[in-house]
Ligand binder design. Structure first.
Ligand code: SF4
Length: 63
């Protein structure tokens, strides 16, 4: 799996970092997403998908 984020869409809601803190953090200055692991290990794939579904801005994609 590969994850990508579009920080121009991110509104800093933080659902990603709450859902999968191993994969996402938030920038201290504005709360926008920081992608920690663009290629997560298989055991984190489900939570990566969950984070993408929960993101209110549609800023997380995966393939
Ligand atoms: S859940 Fe979406 S909008 Fe919220 S911080 Fe993460 S990427 Fe940004």
């Amino acid at each position: 799996m590969r994850i990508s984020v579009d920080r121009s869409l991110c509104c800093g809601a933080g659902m990603c970092a709450l859902t999968a803190p191993e994969l996402f953090d938030q920038a201290p200055e504005d709360g926008t997403v920081i992608l920690l692991a663009p290629e997560p290990p298989p055991e984190l794939a489900d939570r990566a998908r969950q984070a993408a579904e929960l993101c209110p801005a549609g800023a997380i994609s995966h393939q």
